[in-house]
Design a protein around this ligand. Sequence first.
Ligand SMILES: C[S@@+](CC[C@H](N)C(=O)[O-])C[C@H]1O[C@@H](n2cnc3c(N)ncnc32)[C@H](O)[C@@H]1O
Length: 237
Amino acid sequence: MMTETTTGKGRANRVALVESFFHGTGDTYDQHVHLATWGRDRQWKEELLSFVKEPKRILDLACGTGILALEMARRYGCHVTGVELRGEYLDICRERAAEHGFADRTRWIESNAEDVLLEEQFDTITSCYIPKYVNLDILVPNMVTMLAPGGLFIMQDFSYPEEKWVQNIFDDHFDRMKARINGEGWDTMWEQLPDVVRNSTWIKDTARNMREQGLVDVTIVPQSRGMSTVVYGRRPA
Ligand SMILES: C[S@@+](CC[C@H](N)C(=O)[O-])C[C@H]1O[C@@H](n2cnc3c(N)ncnc32)[C@H](O)[C@@H]1O
């Protein structure tokens, strides 16, 4: 069945949404991801990394300014490929990779992650904050094709908490930030992100697609009482 998310129109709308959230924000991105996550972005990424074991070749989807990709290059001394829609974010990744001496083992691809189907395999595919922006019926099968036997595919994103009191914290935070943030190009993100998160079905869509594609040990890990979630699965060895 063709749905809004499987048609070209759905895709164009999703890309336009991402453009409206992130256009011209490269220089201030790291500060806003810290604010948007109640200062927990680093902690959520650390939890994601606790599932990553001795990677040699990593693909990081929606790498943004490279916070996770560059940390993985530093920590594991391995090769990291970052995929990102925004050229301005990739310029920052390249600069930072050169500063840290990682230029020769990092690669930055400007593309919609849904279109990435490289003729190589990765033992680890990671991603923070992309699932709510993509068609997971396309993205997950493509990623599984590039996942080496025994490899890990792991995604993290915001989620809308189930407990009422945590929902109140979530709602209040975005309401307050929306009122305080003015300028720097972030207004649309603060205005619309809460509804995108509330309406997203990314957790069940990711887990279903991972299972349908033959991944095993598919696991859903709530973070910070469900304000964020990690979903991962492994390709059988
Ligand atoms: C909140 S940022 C996360 C960046 C990075 N993963 C991090 O954790 O800091 C979301 C990123 O997803 C990127 N993005 C959204 N949809 C995408 C797509 N279909 N393909 C590639 N990148 C996408 C945006 O351009 C943006 O940089």
